[in-house]
Design a protein. Structure first.
Length: 481
């Protein structure tokens, strides 16, 4: 019940917000009939005139539509927000300098009481803690000596076998000898980069790209050439072809399935063209497929590796986004670079944690991984829809948002004039953390873009945080008017 209007507010505004909140949290879906004037006035103990005024305002905003002799309905067009449009990147290679901003954002997001909307982590509440705990206990009792010993540098044989079997099920046979276990996907990508490029070399990347990938390139002294991308279909094959004609590119790094931050999914035909085009030029392709298992479609999208016939695709993946971020277990299918990748792995960390590898091998062999993934996909799809609906209700007109078919990252374009670093600074004062858009570019573009993540468990507090975030952005626009 709405007892009274908040300060500097009117009762009809509270009613309006209530309806928008019901749409945002999924209680009301596009096309649903909203409560009648009489019913809602009775439920809220308000006059019919107050509820009517709220409905008139909502209709003016396009949130609901009236139908003669029928009532009010949620506008089916309201939440169909346009997807972001990317600026064309500069065509010159860039040496990166991402500074200290990223560590500060991670530090802020871990502070007590902060609702972390911007960090791309799966919610701990959604991870198979009990099942993994049972598996670890069982493995510990059966392999007590092995679990505290160094394992082979390339990784535990059984885990490598399970990974090879799993990938081979996609129709592309992979031998166990191709699998090198790494310290998460970060370790896999770092090894892949070192295997194909050196300081001063040029590597092509999509823009925007995950900032951790850009940090790796920066740390190795490699130059990044940003390639235009589409928020729905990923890296432009045509733009890459032009870049290959004009630059001495040593490798291409791309995420074809639900790329971070856009959530883009490269069409199958584009994947084939990409692999074929690079194979003709004998240029390695580093593929980051860490979100590939989190698809919302009926079937899993193919990887670029599945079209590789020359061993030029280095396929990088991990369990960090699916079941166990803290295990830090990833892998690279290194193709013709496997010997170099194995050597780099031995130099960097000798071997991966043995107990975690043994536990994951058993978890995969027992079929538990697939059962858990099916549940995760349903939950993340639902949470993605809830977050998009909430943004549609609470963010100002002119907002554009990606519509991923997998993963859990959302890429949001705000109206011109908004600087998302300023949004971040204001939001963190309200204990809300986001990730500003400029961090995803070597050229500090995307000043009015930001990343939010639907991996966080959906709760009333998260819903309220999005509402507050929308208010912060609206206030900033009003100040600039």
């Amino acid at each position: 019940m709405i007892e009274k209007a908040a300060a500097n507010s009117y009762l009809y505004e509270d009613v309006s917000h209530l309806i928008q909140q019901m749409i945002g949290d999924g209680t009301l879906s596009p096309g649903d009939r909203v409560p009648s004037l009489r019913k809602l006035s009775r439920q809220l103990n308000l006059s019919i005139a107050t509820v009517s005024q709220a409905y008139v305002k909502l209709e003016e905003q396009g949130v609901i539509v009236s139908r003669p002799q029928s009532g009010f309905y949620v506008n089916g067009e309201h939440n169909r927000i346009d997807t972001p449009i990317h600026p064309v990147p500069r065509s010159q290679p860039r040496r990166l300098n991402l500074g200290k901003t990223i560590p500060a954002i991670f530090r802020d997001s871990r502070q007590p009481g902060v609702i972390s909307l911007g960090v791309a982590n799966p919610a701990t509440e959604l991870l198979p803690f009990k099942a993994l705990t049972r598996t670890i206990r069982r493995v510990s009792s059966q392999s007590s000596e092995a679990m505290i010993s160094y394992g082979p540098p390339e990784g535990d044989p059984e885990l490598r076998r399970q990974i090879a079997l799993r990938f081979s099920e996609t129709g592309k046979p992979v031998s166990i000898d191709q699998v090198v276990i790494t310290s998460g996907a970060t370790g896999a990508l770092m090894i892949a980069l070192q295997a194909v490029a050196k300081a001063g070399d040029l590597v092509a990347v999509a823009t925007p790209s995950y900032f951790s990938t850009l940090q790796m390139i920066e740390s190795l002294g490699i130059l990044a050439l940003e390639i235009e991308s589409d928020v729905n279909t990923g890296m432009s094959i045509e733009a890459l072809a032009t870049a290959l004609d004009n630059h001495d590119i040593k490798a291409v790094l791309v995420s074809c399935n639900f790329a971070n931050p856009t959530g883009s999914l490269m069409p199958e035909e584009n994947k084939k063209k990409l692999v074929s085009m690079l194979a003709e030029r004998n240029i390695p392709l580093i593929e980051d497929d860490v979100y590939g298992e989190l698809y919302f479609t009926e079937s899993k999208p193919s990887s670029c590796k599945s079209f590789d016939t020359k061993g030029l695709v280095l396929h990088c993946n991990s369990f960090s986004k699916t079941i166990a971020p803290g295990f830090r277990i990833g892998w690279v299918l290194a193709g013709q670079f496997v010997e170099k990748a194995s050597t780099l792995k031995q130099i960097s960390s000798l071997s991966a944690p043995t107990l975690q590898q043994l536990a994951l091998a058993e978890f995969l062999a027992g079929g538990q991984y697939d059962r858990f993934l099916a549940r995760s996909r349903r939950i993340y799809k639902q949470q993605m829809e809830l977050m998009r609906n909430a943004i549609a209700c609470d963010f100002p007109p002119g907002t554009r948002i990606s519509s991923p078919r997998g993963g859990f990252t959302l890429w949001i374009q705000l109206p011109r004039g908004i600087n998302t670093f300023e949004v971040y600074n204001r939001a963190i004062e309200e204990n809300i953390s986001i990730t500003p858009g400029p961090l995803f570019s070597a050229t500090e573009k995307y000043t009015n873009y930001m990343r939010l993540c639907a991996g966080i468990l959906w709760t009333p507090d998260v819903r309220m945080a999005i509402q507050k975030l929308g208010g912060i952005i609206s206030d900033m626009l009003a100040e600039k008017a």
